[in-house]
Design a protein around this ligand. Sequence first.
Ligand SMILES: [Cu+2]
Length: 152
Amino acid sequence: MKRLMMLVLFTAVALGAAACSGGGSGALEVQDVWGRNAPAAAPNAAFYMTIVNNTGEDEQLLGASVDLCGATELHEMYDKGNDVMGMRPVPGGVIDIPAGETVELKVGGLHVMCIDKDRALEIGEEIPIKLTFANAGDRQVTAEIREGAMGN
Ligand SMILES: [Cu+2]
């Protein structure tokens, strides 16, 4: 029994070491890209995603481009005071994704803002988005349109 415990311990330590030794060997991953459905009459839309930086280097999301959007900006929500939330372009125009960290673009926080879209976004459709990163360069991802409440 004691020997088994030692083996388990050793395995756990070995696995832990393997998991921690990944500096620079991992990839930049963009996961769970989605947006809310919106009628054609709504001028704007937002897209959300999770960006995982498993590389050993700090990364930055510099911008995004979506064909059906007249313009695309990286936005954040902020407290305007009196319980009112507003949104604005992120400071410096970029979103930092430090080495080893995960940054979520999510409802009520960071998002890709689609301005002057030219049509409706229907539930279930897939919208191609080109993301531009400082190190990884251009990355093509696909947003799934899901049903969502109106407003940000
Ligand atoms: Cu916005």
